[in-house]
Ligand binder design. Sequence first.
Ligand code: SAH
Ligand code: SF4
Length: 440
Amino acid sequence: MKQIKFFIHTYGCQMNVADSEMVAGLLIKSGYILTKDIDNADIIIFNSCTVRQHAEDRVIGRITQEGSRKKTKPDLIIGLIGCVAQRCGEELLQKIDCLDFTIGTAQYRLLPKVIENCLKNNCSTSFLQTNHNENYSDIFPYRKKGVNAFVTIMRGCNNFCSYCIVPYVRGRERSRNHLEILKEIEIAGNRGYKDITLLGQNVNSYKDDNIDFPTLLKMASRIDPIRRLRFVTSHPKDLSEKLIDVMASEEKICEHLHLPLQSGSDKILEKMNRGYTAEKYISIIEKLRNTIPDVALTTDVMVGFPGETEKDFIDTYNLMKKFRFDYAFTFKYSPRDGTASANPRVNREQVDEEIRLERLQKLIALQEKITYEKYREQIGKNVEVYVEKISKKNKNDLSGKTRDNKITVFPGEKNLIGKFIKVKIIDATGWTLKGKKQNI
Ligand code: SAH
Ligand code: SF4
């Protein structure tokens, strides 16, 4: 039988990366072969993100572009999965000629069958039914060779932040069974992935019977082959003191927290339905920095939310200046159909595109300066680097991450890949630390 090869291109967040690994695991189990080379593929799958309009436009543009391959390869199958498929898969299937199937976030189990049908009948189909219980717990993901692994601990979201499409396209929040999670972490660790990131839209609300998130983290950190544990994303409204204490007491939990701020204005936070105030956020950061002095902090911030005045923006700007995050993902508000803030009643308060862009640029400039200074503060320190690969920029350098998630390069031999190495930081650019291997 001819070996049928599939290629997956992933857009969006780490959850999508993890979903692509799960889908790859499912297809490999069904006899398909994963290829890294799109030119070789019999099936091209796009795993999509719809969190902002720009992300959606990019994947649609790419599908149309890759569709031209069908002129010389008429049997090629092209499919769309993920959040864009869930949002408007039926419509896209009608609109985009080269698309053979669209499958929503809760229907990935159907993929092998759908592909088999496409191969036989050349028909186009879409499966978009929601299923708020589906957590794919029994499907083992296929991970490419490396040292870091994502482990999904929960799916969906119940928070309904007023700008956010995620609860609509990923369904209600459900937590995976903790024993299955722990087993998956152990298997990953035994296969050489010793830096594990636990994933969920709001990991702080993880709950499996009496196991809450800090308890799960504690249990995970006792798994022998694992050396480092991280998690995203934390929601400030649910981040408990218990979590901070577990982070401080468990050696394997890395000194890094990604904690989306979104806005520094209480008025905007309320309109966003975030469930916390700037004051509450400040108190979390203070507690964190008092308990774990070297903790690295990263965040997500959005500008131009409907109703955001210059004063609201300045509140955000000033908080960013005060907190000095190690890194921040900055976004321009993008209205998503069906969400509360895209409602025409709220939309009357829309901030002009020009102002949104101007505010975004101001925040980016501020954060770039802070990140640069923060990275330079690392010079002279001795850090532990988990070596991932040969650096793309210089083949004599190795590249890896510190415990606090900073990319670090240093001269070294290939045989150090997969090892934990003590490195002295000697230089820093905005995003990368440069170091020298220490002999102890
Ligand atoms: N569950 C996570 C992340 C969700 S999406 C959380 O709660 O933080 C990642 C980031 O995208 C969000 O933190 C937010 O800053 C941004 N985002 C989400 N919806 C957006 C929208 N409609 N416009 C612009 N940015 C958005
Ligand atoms: Fe979206 Fe808010 Fe849920 Fe994050 S917590 S996924 S921003 S609704």
